[in-house]
Design a protein around this ligand. Sequence first.
Ligand SMILES: C[S@@+](CC[C@H](N)C(=O)[O-])C[C@H]1O[C@@H](n2cnc3c(N)ncnc32)[C@H](O)[C@@H]1O
Length: 367
Amino acid sequence: MAVPVVDPPRYAEQLEAKRQRICAQFARFEPPTLEVFASPPSHYRMRCEFRLWHEGDDLFYAMFEVDPDDPKQKTVVRLDQYPVASQRINALMPALIEALRDNTLLRRKLFQVEFLTTLSGEALVTLIYHKPLDEAWELEARALQDALGIAIIGRSRKQRRVLERDHVWERLDVEGRTFAYQQVENSFTQPNAEICRAMLGWARDVTRGSQEADLVELYCGNGNFTVALAENFRRVLATEISRTSVASARENLTANGIDNVQVGRMSAEEFAAALKGEKGGRRVAEMALDDYDFSTVLVDPPRAGLDDASCAQLSGYSRIVYISCNPDTLAANLERLCKSHRVTRFALFDQFPWTHHCECGVLLERR
Ligand SMILES: C[S@@+](CC[C@H](N)C(=O)[O-])C[C@H]1O[C@@H](n2cnc3c(N)ncnc32)[C@H](O)[C@@H]1O
């Protein structure tokens, strides 16, 4: 992997190259005009992780640059600032190094630092060690927490010491509404907050006026889309595999005063079986699937996309909203889905500027 080179004057050019690539890759599905959502050209990533490199008395953040021709060849890249990351992370980077450099207890065997920040400047910092973390470490870490105005978590093998809290609260303004999201350390959240706002706005737009029927959502994470879309539907059933994310999604529904959503902890594959009546059990019974009238399904899967069985199940809904972080698996899935549906909205969200990665949104409607 290459460390992204941020060059704001060239931002429009790199986005145009992505637009052309996505238009060419998806032309065979005859989509409407691609809607393109630009990212801030720098300081857009709200979470980042760095290795911490010790060189004598010196200490710095590092990433590895991998040689594409020989993946075993890695070069350490020193990073004193990281323009990909939020302004808050960049402000904390030197302040944290200064505080750690002469503090043997906090510095020794520290090998990784993870930052999780919000648009309002909240910051959670995870320090990861190759040593057990004791009371003496905690005392020093608490002093550091107060000095920098951050929350700290210490991690080591089989240990996770949460000093203050294990999450931040992000607030995203979308179409004149403010949605609050608890984002928990070490669990999935959309990394680019401005692009996340754009994705939520787009998803609200493509599902507007669906209050007659219900939404089923797979891969709901911490309820990112669920919270923003709930008022567009009569009821919502959302599912997700991660226990932490499910707990967070429920917390987020309460925090946003939403009462027409049920979140179930279940893999997408198990849920597909439950919908076909092939899986029973307490969790399936609690969902009371017969009470729903699903008109729309929203999926936001990991990079691997959907398997054949999931595509077959999706084909049963009149409307499919597919959010994808991997155009290749999206295209493969569209081969299948476009047999029964046509693409009626198509969006490119520049979630990962300066990399070849693209996030896409597709609305499919039954032919
Ligand atoms: C790209 S994230 C999207 C999360 C959420 N929609 C959001 O906007 O933040 C994919 C999510 O799928 C979940 N996941 C991964 N494999 C899964 C599976 N087999 N079944 C259900 N959920 C899965 C992950 O835990 C993660 O929360």
